[in-house]
Design a protein around this ligand. Structure first.
Ligand code: FES
Length: 80
């Protein structure tokens, strides 16, 4: 399977092409992607764009990572 490289929190991450950004993050053990207003860690729930718990910045834009396929050279910043 072809692979590509993302940058996650400043570190290179090699992932299979064709997966979602969320799958790439979870494959690298990034289970908590953001914090609630009260400071609790939050992780993805639905995997289909409904819960909004998988939000992160991808190339500077706030997105639901479960809906975005990985692309070579993407930069991902978590909201923790
Ligand atoms: S995991 Fe629920 S919107 Fe992405």
């Amino acid at each position: 399977m072809p692979e590509l490289v993302l940058t996650v929190e400043g570190q290179p991450l090699r992932v299979p092409a064709g997966i979602s950004v969320l799958a790439a993050l979870q494959g690298a053990a990034h289970w908590s992607l953001r914090r609630s207003l009260s400071g609790q860690r939050r992780g993805a729930l639905c995997g289909m764009g409904t819960c909004f718990e998988c939000r992160a910045r991808v190339d500077g834009v706030l997105v639901r990572t479960c809906l975005i396929p990985v692309q070579p050279g993407m930069t991902v910043e978590l909201l923790e």
